[in-house]
Design a protein around this ligand. Structure first.
Ligand code: ATP
Ligand code: MG
Ligand code: MG
Ligand code: MG
Length: 463
């Protein structure tokens, strides 16, 4: 069995090897000399292996010369040094087997370039394009780096539930889960009791694993969750999805300063790994998607992140020359345009914003001595805006319960969360990173829908 992936076959040191390559045809070009060049890609890397198929092959006229984009093939032969530029090797085929044809009348991914918007209609096939495959390999690298970073720093990977009754962000953006047959109920004309619909209890899809994660942090010390989260918000923006993947570390005995350091080290590790391990894909983004993205990320890794309080940021935004669509003043949340001004014009790089007004942040964030702000931090980056939201958590029982009352939350519903403050409470902190926003930043992709395999947005959940 001498089957190798294209990533390996393309290396100069592979020249001389007898091997087999399996993949999908990108292009075919017949040469006047009675042989054909076939570019084959197997997803292992951005580049293709160039197959040279000689006219002597048994199936040359019947099959080889009928190959079109999208056909799947198994090619056996010898790798040789390639005289062509841009590739170290090429495969001199001794046999070429076609596994599956792809009718060129119907196969959508022909040579012509499609817009990303158009490609979203073929989410099941678009990963066969250069851009989407490069994005998905980079997404894979980031996921891997996330696990590596936390494991190396003593964090345990913890799974938190997808179905839950608690609206941790308090923003009312939860999808309801139901076991009721609503169609049948509607037809029968009977009363529809939405309030007891998950086996006679209310339940939703989680917006964040944080509260459950805190229970594990106050037992295992340092944990992280990494799973899908859901927001029933109108996600018709270039950076919101109804379903996205969130990474949420939580650490006992951490204060806000520790949390900020962790977030910065974490992001820098992800960025460095992408530069080091996704070289070819990063070059591609640098040339085709966002010119200069490599230098931008390199400089971010080398310098400390800027820090700024929310109050300072508001002063900058109030006094700058830029015209904003949304008015900004102390006590209002930042909009994308404000985040962009701060990162792209003012700081020209990432910035960690701290000490937000308690009125615009959820109940679990620790109230500061001034009584008006909380120990919160958001990490903002150019192009994307908020990439991380985090805070030190309120560990004082009395302050927590009065914050919950202010937010209109029932203590009985959160008895288990309150218990953490009743039994051995400790200062602790954590944050949430939206995986897709990190992928967007690293790749320079403009729309978040193009960095997740199957984007969920209003009206879009068919497959
Ligand atoms: P935004 O202000 O951009 O709406 P948020 O403050 O509502 O974000 P958080 O509740 O702080 O978001 O969630 C933590 C992180 O999850 C965010 O910093 C962001 O990276 C990511 N995130 C939040 N909402 C979405 C979404 N709808 N789609 C993709 N990622 C998201
Ligand atoms: Mg939001
Ligand atoms: Mg926000
Ligand atoms: Mg946030």
């Amino acid at each position: 069995d001498n089957w190798i992936r294209v990533a390996e076959a393309r290396k100069a040191e592979a020249a001389g090897r007898d091997c087999e390559v399996r993949g999908w045809v990108r292009t075919r070009r017949d040469s006047k000399g009675g042989f054909s060049f076939i570019e084959v890609n197997d997803g292992s890397c951005l580049g293709n292996i160039q197959v040279v198929a000689p006219g002597e092959l048994d199936n040359y006229a019947d099959e080889v010369q009928k190959l079109t984009a999208g056909c799947s093939v198994v090619v056996a032969g010898k790798l040789v040094e390639s005289p062509a530029k841009g590739q170290a090797t090429e495969l001199q085929a001794t046999s070429l087997r076609v596994l599956g044809w792809a009718d060129p009348e119907n196969y959508p991914l022909q040579k012509k370039r499609h817009s990303f918007e158009k490609l979203r209609e073929w989410a099941h096939l678009r990963t066969r394009t250069n851009t989407l495959s490069a994005v998905m390999r980079t997404r894979n690298q980031i996921s891997q780096s996330i696990h590596n970073f936390f494991h190396e720093n003593g964090f345990f990977y913890t799974h938190t539930p997808i179905i839950t009754a608690s609206d941790c962000e308090g923003a009312g953006e939860m999808f309801r889960v139901t076991t009721l047959d609503l169609d049948m109920l509607a037809k029968s004309g009977g009363p529809v009791k939405f309030e007891y619909d998950f086996f006679e209890k209310p339940a939703y899809l989680t917006v964040s694993g944080q509260l459950n994660g805190e229970t594990y942090a106050t037992a295992l010390g340092r944990i992280y969750t990494f799973g899908p989260t859901f927001r029933a918000e109108n996600s018709n923006t270039s950076r919101h999805l109804a379903e996205f993947w969130m990474v949420e570390p939580e650490a006992a005995f951490f204060d806000l300063a520790d949390d900020m350091r962790l977030a910065e080290d974490f992001l820098k590790r992800i960025f460095t790994d992408c530069l080091n391990h996704c070289d070819e894909d990063m070059q591609f983004f640098n040339e085709r998607i966002q010119p200069g993205v490599i230098d931008q990320i390199r400089s971010v890794v080398e310098r400390p992140f800027a820090h700024m309080t929310y109050t300072e940021a508001i002063k900058i935004l109030e006094t700058c020359d830029a015209k904003f669509d949304y008015p900004i003043s102390w006590g209002t949340d930042l909009q994308a345009e404000h985040e962009r001004y701060l990162t792209e014009v003012h700081v020209k790089g990432p910035v960690i914003l701290t000490d937000y007004p308690s009125s615009i942040k959820p109940f679990y964030m620790r109230v500061s001595d001034d009584g008006k702000t909380v120990a919160a931090m958001d990490v903002l980056v150019p192009g994307v805006g908020e990439i991380i939201g985090g805070s030190q958590r309120e560990e004082r029982l009395d302050v927590l319960t009065s914050r919950m009352a202010e937010a209109g939350l029932n203590e009985e519903d959160y008895w288990w969360y309150i218990d953490l403050r009743r039994f051995g409470t400790v200062p602790h902190a954590g944050f949430g990173l939206g995986l897709e926003r990190a992928v967007q930043y690293v790749t320079g992709m403009a729309n978040i829908r193009d960095v997740i395999p199957f984007p969920r947005t209003p009206g879009n959940a068919d497959f």
